[in-house]
Design a protein. Structure first.
Lengths: 135, 220
């Protein structure tokens, strides 16, 4: 599958490496070229400088042919804008969005955007670990 | 009317002030504490510190009973999210967003923002009007009706000078409304009226036919 990832932070770079190793065609976008240092040495995909909220940059990243678009930058609102751009302007079949704010994540979930909140996930995980040990 | 404003920077501050003067109930949301305090000192307690994109903040200021939410922060993303949360979570009937990148206007409209205001386009249009040799100027955009009011100037050397309006291939979707002569005297664009040097022709057209109107009237 052709997958575009916006944001080459720890999560973005690791996911790009994993999916690339599984044989998918990956394009990673980041506004800072220095971020690409996090990509594994074996990474065979494309790393492009550019913002995922910029239509021209998205076109250069081949968004028109992408099967999945994933937004993983630090900015919730930037991720939200980017996935809606990918979904509604470029008709990408599947978009996934990271939203730190759990309440905002809920709103966009009801709007039909596939999104997850690391805040909720990690808090629940910690809770399970702590309460699991007590029992 | 109860109006919530997101972002109390320069645009937000003057907007809050103007709406208060008109007698509306206005509340501004601002992330920066210092900016928030300044607004409260100058305008009275109208600014609450908080992120207008957050559901909790909007809930705490009673966004559910707001008639309108206007997002005027300097960030397009923040303005979009504030409007979407207001619209889909709190059912605010009318949302307005300031847009810096004019390319994004159609997307914002599609995503539930009722009105977009592109500051970049507004500044461009005002500057264009001040350039005397510019042949075509947008006076007003009636986007909900798909029409534009434009102003075409007849500059020296225009090939159509002296020709009658009925002989010019003006597209039928467009309507010539008024001619303002060099000295400022208005004339009606009757079929037998002639184009003169220094004329300013006001026309109503669809955006698609804009260039065709211009070519017809200026012969270029």
């Amino acid at each position: 599958m052709k997958i575009t990832i916006m944001g080459c932070g720890r999560v973005g770079a690791m996911l790009a490496g994993l999916l690339d190793a599984d044989g998918h065609t990956i394009t990673v976008l980041d506004t800072d070229a220095y971020a690409f240092r996090r990509l594994p040495a074996t990474f065979g995909g494309t790393a492009l400088i550019g913002s995922g909220t910029d239509e021209e940059a998205l076109k250069r990243a081949g968004i028109q042919e992408a099967d999945i678009f994933i937004a993983l930058t630090q900015g919730d609102n930037r991720n939200i804008l980017a996935v809606q751009l990918a979904k509604h302007v470029f008709n990408v079949p599947r978009v996934i969005c990271r939203i730190y704010d759990p309440l905002r994540q809920e709103v966009y979930n009801t709007l039909g955007i596939e999104c997850f909140s690391p805040t909720t996930i990690i808090a629940r995980l910690m809770q399970e670990k702590i309460e699991g040990q007590e029992a | 009317m109860y109006i919530v404003i997101v972002g109390a920077g320069r645009v937000g501050y003057y907007l809050t002030k103007a709406l208060l003067d008109e007698g509306h109930e206005v509340l501004a949301l601002e992330k920066n504490n210092r900016v928030c305090e300044t607004v409260n000192e100058e305008l009275g307690s109208v600014c609450v510190r908080g992120d207008g994109c957050e559901t909790m903040t909007l809930d705490s200021v009673g966004a559910g009973r707001a008639d309108m939410l206007v997002a005027v922060t300097g960030d397009d993303e923040d303005n979009l999210v504030a409007c979407q949360v207001a619209k889909y979570r709190f059912n605010v009937p009318r949302t307005v967003a300031r847009v810096r990148n004019p390319q994004r206007e159609p997307l914002f409209k599609k995503l539930g923002v009722d009105v977009t205001v592109s500051t970049t386009n507004i500044i461009l249009e005002v500057i264009q009007q001040e350039v005397p040799t510019h042949a075509i100027t947008h006076l007003l955009s009636m986007r909900d009706r798909g029409l534009e009011l434009i102003d075409i100037r007849i500059t020296p050397g225009t090939p159509t000078i002296g020709r009658m309006f009925k002989d010019l291939p003006v597209p039928k979707e467009a309507r010539l409304a008024l001619i303002i002569g060099k000295e400022g005297q208005p004339r009606l664009p009757d079929p037998t009226a002639k184009i003169e040097l220094g004329d300013q022709i006001i026309a109503l057209t669809t955006p698609e036919q804009e260039q065709a109107v211009r070519s017809a009237l200026r012969g270029s």
